[in-house]
Design a protein around this ligand. Structure first.
Ligand SMILES: [Zn+2]
Length: 206
């Protein structure tokens, strides 16, 4: 395989990128000067050393001097650790953070559960969420889990699966499970929601 074909193959693994677009990326890179390519290559090389994944919420964060195994939100004593917002992916965190309506902590599922999926634990961090719920109940006095997923069929399916999976444990530990209010119109992807819609959905959870 030629280097251009190999690079196109790598790009086509990216979410939402097809073969045609992958080839456009390759030709775009070939048209750039060496400085740009060098910077891109070194950024890619460093990203795994400089970006860590939080041991509690699984969010990616930039390593600082403290080399803490927890992200700034999980490590912050001002965070309301009794409320945990369960989101699908890291970009959702950035959107919700902007709305300034959630003072609690997060948990990143890392995906969603397709309808008819046989083994949801392969698609989302369901087992990790159970483990983290137990830990947070014991160490941080966790009181509420808010499931904040997209209002599309796959998001709904994931929400139902999580409720079913978490309910026995939540009942035992005295934790309330709530779901984002219907402020989000059906079919809405969380990452495209504006701040007002999200704030409204958070306030009207139930
Ligand atoms: Zn964290």
């Amino acid at each position: 395989m030629s280097p251009t074909e190999r690079l196109a193959q790598l790009f086509s693994d990216f979410p939402g990128i097809g073969r045609r677009q992958a080839r456009r990326f390759v030709y775009f890179l070939l048209s750039k000067d060496r400085t740009f390519l060098k910077e891109l290559a070194s950024t890619l090389q460093n990203i795994q050393d400089e970006v860590l994944q939080c041991q509690h919420c699984y969010r990616f964060y930039t390593k600082d001097k403290s080399s803490s195994p927890l992200c700034p939100i999980c490590a912050d004593e001002h965070t309301d650790h009794t409320i945990m917002l369960v989101i699908e992916k890291d970009v959702d965190f950035e959107n919700i953070k902007k709305t300034d309506t959630h003072a609690g902590r997060y948990f990143v599922l890392g995906g969603s559960v397709p309808i008819l999926e046989q083994d949801p634990t392969k698609k989302i961090r369901a087992l990790e969420l159970i483990a983290e719920t137990k830990r947070a109940a014991k160490d941080d006095g966790l009181k509420e889990i808010i499931v904040a997923l997209s209002a599309n069929p796959e998001g709904e399916n994931t929400t139902q699966y999580l409720k079913k999976t978490l309910e026995p444990l939540a009942d035992k530990l005295g934790i309330k499970i709530s779901v984002l209010g219907r402020g989000l119109s059906t079919g809405t992807e969380l990452e495209y929601s504006d701040s007002d819609t999200l704030a409204h959905a958070l306030k009207n959870r139930g």
